[in-house]
Design a protein around this ligand. Sequence first.
Ligand SMILES: Nc1ncnc2c1ncn2[C@@H]1O[C@H](COP(=O)(O)OP(=O)(O)O)[C@@H](O)[C@H]1O
Ligand SMILES: [Mg+2]
Length: 809
Amino acid sequence: MNRDPSIMSAGSEEHPPLGGAVDGEHHEVDSAAAAHDRAFDHTPESALKVHEAAAANRARFHLFANAPEDIQTRLAQSRKAMKLVFRNLHYQVPITLPPESTKTFVDRYIVEPLRSLLPEGLSQRTYGWVELLHGVSGVVRPGEFCAILGGSGAGKTTLLNAIAGRSMLPPSEGSVTFNGRTRTHATRRLIGYVMQDDVFLSNLTVEQTLRFTASIRLPRTMTREEKRRRVDEVLHSLNLDKARNTIIGDQQFNKGISGGERKRANIAETLLTNPSLLLLDEPTSGLDSTTALSVVRLLKDLALSEGRTVVATVHQPSSVMWSEFDKVLLLADGSTVYFGPASEATAYFERQGFRLPYGYNPADYLLDLLVSGLESGGRMTEERWRSVPERVRREARRMFGKGGASGSLDVSDEDDEKSASVYSELTASMVLRAAWCLNEAEMMSAERAAYESRAREYSTIARAAAASNRDRARAAVAAELSDGGTFVERHGAEKDGDDDEDEVGEQYTEHKYAVSWYEQFRALALRAILQSGSSFFTWVTLSQAIAVSLLALFVWVGSPDDESGIYPRLGLVFFTGIFWSFTVLYSSITSFPMERAVLNKDRSAGSYMLSAYFLAKTSIESPMQLVYPYMFTLIVYFSANLKRTASAFFLFAVLLSMQVMVAQSLGYWLSSMVMDFAQLAVMAALWMVGTILVAGFFIPISKMHVWFRWIRYVSFVYYGYNGFIINEFQDSTYACEDNGAGGGGVQSKSYPSCAESPPQPVTSQEIFRAYNVDTTFGIGGCIGMLIMFMVVMRIFAYLSLKYVQGVRK
Ligand SMILES: Nc1ncnc2c1ncn2[C@@H]1O[C@H](COP(=O)(O)OP(=O)(O)O)[C@@H](O)[C@H]1O
Ligand SMILES: [Mg+2]
């Protein structure tokens, strides 16, 4: 280390500034933050001993012990120990629904329905804020397993989201740091977050899902074979061997793996990415007790023997699980009730007057206390109230008593005597919140005092050592060592604030993503083939395509070659265009919203670039969507007697493809703006009906009101339809029907040539005129316009994915 120690400590939150004059105000801030962290970073001797003992005993199943040496080394290199600090986190959410009483008739029936049609981001109005977290703090070090406990609705998920940076809004106050720095793109990839509601693509098997994640998230230095081996290990270690070839399925129609397997698959997917910080939301809920315990042990093992930082919310921990936790964070209504070593929790609660009854599971006892408002263990009784230390009683009454915060500070004990029921308006959780506030303040002031005395000491050392560079460096090392930080922390803290991005591990220094754009594209394309392939090509869709082809065949078979065949041909090309546009549009709006959840999950984990995803998905799905329309064309084109030239057939196929792809693009665009399927269906239907009505089949353009005629230019069906007609009729002539034979006479009058005597064949010009076909574009123009629609809509879709409802970085 040949760096100037004074620079070295500049960006550090851990160490007091060395040497030189200390800017007073700056020092204030620094020391407050450092004292805060230190107060919460309390790892007792006893816990360290447990650590050591357990580290020695690695007989328990060990996740990557079987991996060959080289893979282990490479994985270790790509990971970095991560110290998590969250400091005084406050989190607020806006209230977006107006109070019922203030709603007017207009609000209820006009404003709200209209607003719900807008994309979510634009439609909200804020009526106030609710605070869900009230200043939660904690420090979790590499190798530690911290459990977040609390009743349902306590704010556990909210807290995890805030730590992971997945919440809708940033915390309103407080900070989350990783090795002393805020979240960057690179740190994001070192965080594994196992969400409570796991989202997967339903048509992939467990193994395919993990393969995909491995190919995209494991470092580019690993070969495919190595990645595959790693998938096998993770599958094995999570006991998923049996389910590896089962599709994941969704919980409604397409049943796949069981709930417990889903949960484990979710953990497996996250583990695979080799995170330094592992956040898990209720990984044990819904599992049987044995599996739950084995999951907890696995997590503990990941922390202990692999140096990861693990934070998990745990539902109903058993006593055995409790003993696996290094630290616990107990939450009640968004406030901390206890944060610290699990082993010291019962002693702490005893000091506050809540003694664990003999033989009780600490977790059960504490959670029972904390579920407030129920007629449960959370009620205060006189006996309990008496055992609470006096200062805590006073604080609790100050914070929550009648008169609330405005209540006088000098609530004396005499008041207690007078009104025997003071405690009745308080619950155990309120008392414990008050107790923690006091405790926090004490810890902080003690730490702060200690910190300041150390700071003075160090600056003396530094000044003394300023004589020579060598001495100075030595003093810095001495200072750091005496500071008690571990190697990792020193290194984490030693970085300066400027080189913000990508200081995390060698693997990531030059690359924002684990693998190159091309690799991402390849893996995503493969995944799209698996996912979309199995939802596009099912028995249902195949039967639909065959049935419609046959119906069209029966209706249009052998259309006559003379004048009477003109109208059926128009009908056929119109039907072909709109039927397939509708089908493809609906198929894309039904499949996309489900995938959006997965996309958001992957993107917020920093897995791949949106452009790689979007291009892979669209370039795989477009040809897939064309299979059935082409099948239809083959069946119907010749039997309906459409024009028998190679170029006409080819152009028909091109026009149909383009129209289908525009419909698909429209589907992408709409579903990238709106998540809700009901809204999507309405928007898509309206859009399609609008485009169809103005396309010219139902009402000739010349009969439309002049104000609305322009609409046809934004209707893609119009270009498709026009193109089809020009393609079919140009350069052809149709003999007039024999007028004497009755029936057809009415139509014949629309063509002047037939009215002549003797009747002349109907020319294409006459047909175009009769049906108001605009030939100025020509077939090429129509195809060009369709291509333009396709490109523009896809760009809109991409942009709105990226910006309108984009995942926050
Ligand atoms: N976006 C939101 N708007 C309003 N209230 C919310 C929102 N998100 C969560 N909450 C409320 O905050 C509380 C904590 O939620 P959560 O963190 O999910 O609890 P849990 O501890 O069960 O995971 C709950 O009472 C929940 O109803
Ligand atoms: Mg939750």
